[in-house]
Design a protein around this ligand. Structure first.
Ligand code: BG6
Length: 509
């Protein structure tokens, strides 16, 4: 094992939800898949809670985010020996001397070089403090050939000025190439496959532009409400929580120019160019092309579902949006005039994330007899989750007399490959950070560019209370007013099925 592959993963916020639910299970799966091995790494959990190493291990072992067979296995026993814990008053820079001492000790015991991956799974208010605490004790110093990397969870800033401020503060302690900002959507297999679909097939590129594409739809619909995260969500809302990061990054993948190569800088340069080309929303556009909504209580089947204002941690008069639909334009050579419809919401009928490319109709339609509910245009559905895959809709002749047409589906589903293991986003992203590959991590300038688009919308919503926040009953597809932003009478939002291959045939929600 080469020394530059050996490391300690230090997780700040180790007693928190994300660590137990996502991070440790991801590290375990990497260990199970032999992508990380004993002797290569250990984990050090850090938080304010008083816990011993054994108590931390026990906490992990009793959580059910690792399946029960794995939890009882010998492999798990080996894995748990790699887990350590130290208590730290994170907001007190002086206390980082304790962390330094513990790291020195662990490096000696486990014969590991001082390669440190600091994962900040904490409230954003601590990002700056932690970076400063680390640098006070030289835990940011990689001049000796070791690596010191900082992985930061979202939200990265609250608006443009706070994200700039955060970048500036972090840059006083860490170089940009030491900072890895997580957007877990970029770690999803199907999102990366989008680049492969676009750039490894010659059939798509000639059509991938304003001449052949009518519009593009990006939907991230969630069935669940905010659950126990009401407190966080109140200060966020759907625009900050999903659009500024996840959905804009999907947009960048679908709209970017071919990168020079697959190096991090090349991909990140193309992402920034897309964000720079997104047309800024004028005050008029904000009213006309962006719809916000909030779920209200409803009965779904026999079950009563709470409205957002009844959720734990949410203000009874909250004006926070749980749904956003917008029409955006990318003012560049490839996309000029083509609408991009973006939609996300909580408490919608089903969980589905997809990118849908609607191609233009043929210039002159020869076949008048069409079956009902038949798409006139070709549609390419890139399904991010669930039932990951790709589906192309195209017209065929129905057998028999005349020229009756109907559209059929040609699909590829990852689940058809029984032996394919779909890694979780965090597995890929953690491993990339270990290897120093920042391709799937947003760079500071792209985060700021994305905020530049969102910031005026947030400001306008804040200062003009007459801009309507529409209620929508939980379990529906959001406010009906969102239909009005779609151009053309014949077009509407898609109502995607949970299972991709059922699309348009039997729609299971
Ligand atoms: C998170 C948001 O970043 O993404 C959550 O904070 C959201 O509100 C989640 O539920 C969605 O992620 P996924 O992977 O389940 O689509």
């Amino acid at each position: 094992m080469k020394a530059d592959n050996k490391f300690i993963l230090i997780i700040f916020g180790a007693s928190g939800d994300l660590t137990i639910r996502k991070l440790i299970p991801a590290v375990f799966r990497l260990f199970k898949g032999k992508l990380l091995t004993t002797g290569q790494f250990i984990v050090l959990g850090v938080s304010r809670t008083e816990m011993s190493d054994d108590q931390f291990r026990h906490k992990i072992l009793k959580s059910d985010f690792i399946n029960s067979d794995d939890r009882k296995s010998d492999l798990m026993e080996d894995f748990s020996k790699l887990l350590h814990y130290t208590r730290l008053n994170t907001s007190e820079p002086e206390s980082y001397s304790t962390l330094k001492e513990r790291l020195d000790e662990l490096c000696k015991i486990h014969k590991l070089p001082e390669n440190f991956l600091f994962y900040l799974s904490t409230p954003p208010s601590l990002f700056e403090v932690i970076a400063k605490g680390l640098s006070k004790f030289n835990l940011n110093d990689d001049q000796d050939g070791t690596f010191k990397r900082l992985i930061i969870e979202k939200p990265f800033g609250y608006d443009l000025s706070s994200s700039r401020e955060l970048n500036a503060q972090l840059h006083t302690c860490f170089e940009e190439d030491q900072i890895y900002r997580i957007d877990h959507y970029l770690g999803k297999e199907t999102v990366q496959n989008l680049l492969v679909t676009r750039f490894s097939n010659s059939i798509f590129e000639p059509l991938w532009n304003r001449n052949y594409i009518h519009h593009i739809e990006i939907t991230a619909s969630e069935k669940v409400g905010v659950g126990s995260r009401g407190g966080y969500y109140e200060s966020s809302g759907a625009l900050r929580d999903m659009v500024q990061n996840h959905l804009f990054n999907l947009l960048a993948m679908v709209a970017m120019e071919p990168p020079v190569n697959m190096q991090a800088q090349s991909i990140r340069n193309e992402t920034v160019k897309v964000f720079q080309s997104i047309r800024r929303f004028s005050k008029k556009d904000i009213r006309k092309n962006i719809i916000r909504g909030q779920y209200t209580s409803a009965h779904i089947g026999r079950k009563k579902v709470n409205g957002y204002r009844e959720e734990h941690g949410v203000d009874k008069n909250s004006e926070t949006e749980t749904y956003v639909a917008m029409k955006a334009f990318i003012d560049n050579w490839r996309w000029s005039g083509i609408p991009f419809y973006i939609r996300t919401g909580k408490c919608l009928p089903t969980r589905v994330t997809e990118i849908v490319v609607h191609f233009k109709s043929t210039p002159h339609y020869l076949f008048k007899e069409r079956h009902e509910n038949v798409d006139k245009n070709n549609i390419l559905v890139i399904r991010i989750q669930p039932d990951e895959g790709i589906l192309l809709k195209f017209g065929i002749k129905t057998p028999g007399t005349g020229f009756k047409t109907k559209s059929v589906n040609m699909d590829f589903r990852y689940s058809d490959y029984a032996d394919i293991y779909m890694p979780e986003a965090y597995e890929r992203l953690l491993l990339d950070a270990v290897h120093g590959d920042a391709t799937l991590y947003p760079r500071s300038d792209s985060v700021e560019e994305a905020w530049k688009i969102i910031d005026p919308v947030l400001k306008e919503w804040e200062s003009n209370k007459d801009i309507k926040l529409y209620g929508y009953p939980a379990g529906t597809w959001g406010p009906e007013n969102a239909d009005e932003i779609i151009e053309g009478k014949e077009n509407q939002w898609r109502y995607p099925c949970k299972n991709l291959s059922n699309d348009g045939i039997y729609c299971e929600l």
